[in-house]
Design a protein around this ligand. Structure first.
Ligand SMILES: Nc1ncnc2c1ncn2[C@@H]1O[C@H](COP(=O)(O)OP(=O)(O)OP(=O)(O)O)[C@@H](O)[C@H]1O
Length: 369
């Protein structure tokens, strides 16, 4: 199997001794949209720059379509990069900015014009083709930068926080355009962002990074429902996390002895009997029940023992949605949202005792470290 892009144990140590990336491995299929997501300083940009060739690779191998790229200079790689500030040439028109990469390659004028015309039309830039960048809006500049990257027909387009300079509304609109464009062209996109919603909305798979390491590579939905590590469980979505000790229950089901009780979940990967684990429950999977005494035993029995006590901190209604904040016995609070018909604030007065339940299959048991 030849991948469009393959990173095998790639590492980066800067000259000053900073280890920015460690043992980064990833295989990307043609036409995939991949997002690198993680907190500031986790190594996203460094990894992207190693793929582009702007940074050397300290260890490991980087292949594009089966060819090792470690020592290939950036201009010889089949990649194009879109930077956050777009890096357009201010003295050139849009058309010349777009044509520039082809000129540098020495492409004949007729072919160049044909390709430039086509990408200008694809991105709807006809009306602004003769303008200079200073006369463009943020969204238009963004499109010109995309056209300039795509016109050279790269195998892989690398995007470094390309929407970071846009305001929230424009960002949303361009997100949609970007997704449609990527699907239409079938070009592999690698997209760096620290905006969770953007990574989850756009990509086929998300690479969650933390301190230079890959924590998890998964389709967006799976990051919510089946986190692999404590970092991902805390970083993505809204999860309640209970620490405890694993007790095998057979057929992939686990019980976890926690201070909140004996709780059940599904294992994600290797967990050993007696191991220190966390059981991770998405807030969306939790059901809230009023009045602790009544029905608690039955609810717990029907949910593999999953019933934990809590107390209502806040209950507000905005439009048709109830926003409820509940405090667990260990002091942590959890926010829940549901239609106002499901959680009527009258049923959950502030300070009242409640309990939360969830289906074992909705919770994930992961190693604690
Ligand atoms: N040229 C450099 N020399 C030395 N250290 C660097 C250099 N560039 C980045 N670093 C360090 O490498 C680590 C990873 O940085 P990187 O820019 O790749 O992170 P990032 O995830 O892209 O962060 P951000 O979201 O803030 O852009 C950080 O500790 C950073 O300080």
């Amino acid at each position: 199997m030849i991948y469009d892009l393959e990173l095998i144990d790639v590492g980066k140590v800067y000259d000053n001794g900073t280890t920015a990336v460690s043992a980064f491995s990833l295989a990307v299929n043609k036409g995939e949209f991949i997002a690198f997501l993680g907190p500031s300083g986790c190594g996203k940009t460094t990894t992207l720059r190693m793929i582009a060739g702007f940074e050397s690779i300290s260890s490991g191998d980087m292949m594009i379509k089966g060819v090792r790229m470690n020592d290939v200079p950036p201009e010889k790689r089949p990649t194009a990069t879109i930077f956050q500030n777009y890096a357009l040439f201010p003295h050139m028109t849009v058309r010349r900015n777009v044509a520039y990469g082809l000129e540098v390659k020495g492409m004949a004028k007729a072919e160049r014009d044909r390709k430039v015309d086509r990408i200008i039309a694809t991105l709807g830039l006809e009306d602004i083709a003769e303008r200079k960048p200073e006369k463009l809006s943020g969204g238009q500049r963004q499109r010109v930068a995309l056209a300039r990257g795509l016109v050279i027909e790269p195998d892989i387009l690398l995007l470094d926080e390309p929407l970071g300079a846009l305001d929230a509304n424009l960002r949303k609109a361009i997100q949609n355009e970007l997704k449609i464009l990527q699907r239409t062209l079938g070009v592999t996109f690698i997209f760096v962002t620290h905006a969770q919603s953007e990574a989850l909305a756009l990509s086929d798979r998300v690479v969650v990074m933390n301190q230079g390491r890959v924590e998890q590579v998964s389709p967006p939905h799976q990051l919510y429902t089946r986190p692999d590590t404590p970092f991902v469980a805390q970083f993505i979505g809204r999860n309640a996390i209970f620490k405890g000790q694993a007790r095998a229950d057979g057929a992939g089901a686990w019980r976890v002895e926690t201070p909140a009780g004996l709780l059940s979940g599904a294992a994600n990967g290797a967990v050993a009997d007696g191991e220190a684990v966390s059981i991770v429950v998405p807030a969306e999977a939790m059901a809230l029940h009023a009045s602790v005494g009544r029905g608690r035993e039955e609810v717990a029995a029907a949910n593999g023992g999953n019933a934990v006590d809590a107390r209502i901190l806040r209950a507000d209604v905005v439009g048709h949605v109830s926003h409820i904040s509940a405090q667990l016995a260990d002091g942590r609070s959890l926010s829940l949202e549901a239609h106002v018909e499901k959680y009527r604030p009258d049923d959950f007065p502030v300070g009242s005792e409640v309990f939360l339940s969830w289906k074992p299959s909705d919770a994930t048991v992961i190693p604690a470290h």
